[in-house]
Structures are given as structure tokens and as C-alpha cells.
Ligand binder design. Structure first.
Ligand code: GMT
Length: 375
């Protein structure tokens, strides 16, 4: 197949999922065209069957806001025609599903019929999508997609609750490419020279991630054990979190590693991962930690219970209950036997989300979408 993928190219779960899916499809012999406003961070354009088409938005003094959707639709139309693309798969509904629908109508007016597959990722539904400024357009573009997928049962339920969606929603969970993980002798000494336990958090530091709760949990943990906290990522709350770390006197124990490219390596040397989000449709970062044999302390919100299993791969607490998270975290970290058991459990659970099992599900949905357009 000749597949067009539209996603956000920046750091963030939806862009990572779209890019890894595209790379895997390309490995299987499909031609994969990424249509985005900059090169996705995890994309190597020198790999066979991968093509990158940049969307450029022409500016004009009259515009207070650049019409990105128009530029994206136009790029989709041009690319579909030039590259003979069979199908468009858009990740994150806003504005991608809407722009794809416009592209589809423009192409149909020229006798080209192309299906659109939309994958809902989370905040496009739970946070941004349901805002009155976007809701009618999001509802319409979901209903107009040929195939709709969501990354968890919880997100499917939220979509049906918040929007008047008539379309069937297929749940296709996020996945892990295990070839990125190297479990051999991670050199944890760099961060924990005295054998301290390593606690890790990764996110885009948006308010929804409640990163301050990570610091509160870690601060309580430090009362009972020697540990280091590795903070990975960047975003609007970073400054506030750095300030909090200073005020709590934890500067020596907390390392901010920014947008490191060595996420899998760092996860493989971690003993515990903390994800205290307000809402999380899936929690790809938690799954990545589990793939690296790292147990997870998370909230019990959204799709997280579909990934992290209570008392098996880690623990789940109510949003904001830092006391409970800290107690559960120390119950794992202070007991070597339990830690070893949870590490193995986390890995086994992550194996259920192996990319090898999930990509064929998308391929089957693509075939279904193409058959729908033919009939
Ligand atoms: O978490 C974010 O703010 C980023 C967002 C995205 O666009 O990447 O993440 C969402 O999609 C991920 C991939 O499907 C999910 O793993 C995240 O749980 C989801 N984030 C939220 O629901 C907050």
C-alpha cells in the first residue's frame, strides 16, 4: 500500500506512535509518506520506503492566525495525486481529521476517492476537542472518517460520551518496538554513583501531567531511602518544577535531562517510573517504562488501568494522592524481591503490546477502509 501519515512531528505520544507505525509499515514493504510541518523527531528519512513531505504555511500581514488546516489539506491533495497515495491515516483529530476530510472532498471532485483513517489519541477528545470552539468540527470530522480508532477502551468511552459519534470506534492500543531496548548492564553509575535507587518521570511537562506530584512523591520517598530522580522532557511547567525542587532542598538528588534521545537506555537503568497524570488516554510513557522492566506508580485515570496492572506491574492511586503513591513506591523499592518480581511482571505485560501484534491490526483496518471506498 501507499500510505499517507499525518501527525504532530514534535515530542509527544501521538507523534511517536504515528512515526513508529509508519517505520514498521515501511519495513513491511509499504510506501509511507509523512505529511507534517517539520520532520518527525523519530523519523529517519534515509530508511527505505519512507518519504517526507513538509507542509509550509504562507504568511500574509492580514492573518492574525496562519491558516494551517488549508495548507495541510492542500499538501495532502498534492501529495496524494503526485505519489498515488491509496489512503490517509491521520493521528490526533485536531485539525488533522478535519483537514483530511477537506482533502478527500477536493480529491473526489477530481474523481480520486481516498479513505481517511483517524486515530484518536487523548487530549484531542478529553481536553481540547470537547471545548465548544472545536466540538462541532471534531464531531463532524470523526463521523466523516472512513475508519476511526482510539488508543484505549477508556478513550472510546469518553469519545462516545462527549461527542455525538455514530461511527464505530475500533480500539487499537499503542505498542512497543522491543528492538530499541538493550537490557545488558545499563551503566546506572553515571546517575547513581552510590547505588541509589533510580526513579524516573517522562512527559511534556504540561499541567495535565501534574509533574509537581512527582516531586512530592519523590520528596516523601527520600525520607526512607537513598534515591535519585531523573526528569525527562520539557514544557510549560518545567520552571515551576525546578523551583519546587530547589525549595524542597532536593537539587542534588534531581537531574533534569531535557529532551534526551536516550529514553530507552535511561528507562532500562530505572527502578521505578512515576506518572501521576490528571488524565491519560493510554500512557505510552508508562508502557515504555514497563518494556524496560521498570514498574510504574501511576494514577488510576483514563486508560492507565488498561496498561499498568494494580499490584502486579506497579500500583495505581487516585489523582493527587501523593501520600498513597509514596507509600506504594517505597513498598516496591525497599523490598528487593518485590522489585525483581514487579520488574519481570512489567516486562511480561508490555510484551502484550508488541508492535509485531499491533501493526497487522492497522493493516487489516486499512484494507477494510479501501474496500469501503471501492464499493
Ligand atoms: O500527553 C500529551 O499531552 C500528548 C498526547 C499526544 O498528542 O501525544 O498524548 C496522548 O496520546 C498518547 C499516544 O496515544 C497517549 O499515550 C497519552 O496518554 C495521551 N495523553 C493524554 O491523554 C493526556
Amino acid at each position: 500500500m501507499n500510505i499517507g501519515i499525518v501527525c504532530y512531528p514534535t515530542y509527544g505520544g501521538s507523534g511517536v506512535v504515528a512515526t513508529e507505525l509508519g517505520k514498521s509499515l515501511a519495513d513491511k514493504g509499504h510506501k509511507v509518506h509523512f505529511i507534517t510541518y517539520s520532520q518527525p523527531v523519530r523519523l529517519n528519512i534515509f530508511e527505505p520506503n519512507i518519504y517526507y513531505h513538509e507542509v509550509s504555511v504562507a504568511s500574509y500581514p492580514l492573518f492574525e492566525y496562519q491558516p494551517y488546516e488549508l495548507a495541510l489539506s492542500s499538501k495532502m491533495v498534492d501529495t496524494v495525486i503526485k505519489e498515488k497515495i491509496d489512503l490517509l491515516h491521520v493521528h490526533y483529530a485536531i485539525p488533522h481529521a478535519y483537514a483530511a476530510h477537506s482533502a478527500k472532498l477536493i480529491l473526489a471532485s477530481q474523481g480520486i476517492h481516498i479513505p481517511v483513517v483517524t486515530t484518536l489519541h487523548g487530549t484531542d477528545i478529553t481536553l481540547v476537542g470537547k471545548h465548544p470552539s472545536y466540538k462541532p468540527a471534531v464531531t463532524f470530522s470523526i463521523n466523516e472518517s472512513d475508519i476511526v480508532t482510539s488508543v484505549s477502551e477508556s478513550l472510546k468511552k469518553d469519545t462516545l460520551e462527549f461527542f455525538d459519534v455514530k461511527k464505530e470506534i475500533h480500539v487499537v492500543p499503542n505498542f512497543i518496538d522491543f528492538s530499541f531496548y538493550d537490557y545488558q548492564e545499563p551503566c546506572s553509575k553515571v546517575f547513581a554513583p552510590n547505588g541509589e535507587k533510580i526513579v524516573t518521570h517522562i512527559s511534556n511537562f504540561r499541567p495535565v501531567k501534574r509533574v509537581q506530584d512527582v516531586v512530592s512523591v519523590f520528596s516523601k520517598l527520600c525520607d526512607t531511602l537513598d534515591a535519585k530522580l531523573l526528569m525527562i522532557g520539557d514544557g510549560p511547567e518545567l520552571e515551576n518544577v525546578e523551583k519546587m525542587v530547589g525549595e524542597l532542598g532536593l537539587t542534588e538528588r534531581v537531574l533534569f535531562l531535557g529532551k534526551t534521545k536516550d529514553v530507552e537506555k535511561i528507562l532500562c537503568m530505572s527502578d521505578l517510573f512515576i506518572l501521576p497524570s490528571e488524565t491519560e488516554s493510554f500512557g505510552l510513557a508508562a508502557l515504555e517504562a514497563m518494556a524496560a522492566k521498570t514498574p510504574v506508580i501511576s494514577t488510576n485515570t483514563g486508560g492507565l488501568p488498561e496498561v499498568n496492572v494494580q499490584g502486579v506491574t506497579g500500583y495505581l492511586s487516585d489523582v493527587g494522592d501523593v501520600e498513597d503513591m509514596a507509600n506504594k513506591a517505597s513498598s516496591i523499592l525497599l523490598d528487593e524481591g518485590k522489585l525483581a518480581e514487579f520488574k519481570e511482571n512489567a516486562y511480561k505485560r508490555a510484551k502484550e503490546f508488541d508492535i509485531e501484534a499491533i501493526v497487522p491490526v492497522y493493516e487489516a483496518l486499512y484494507i477494510k477502509a479501501l474496500e469501503g471506498v471501492k464499493n
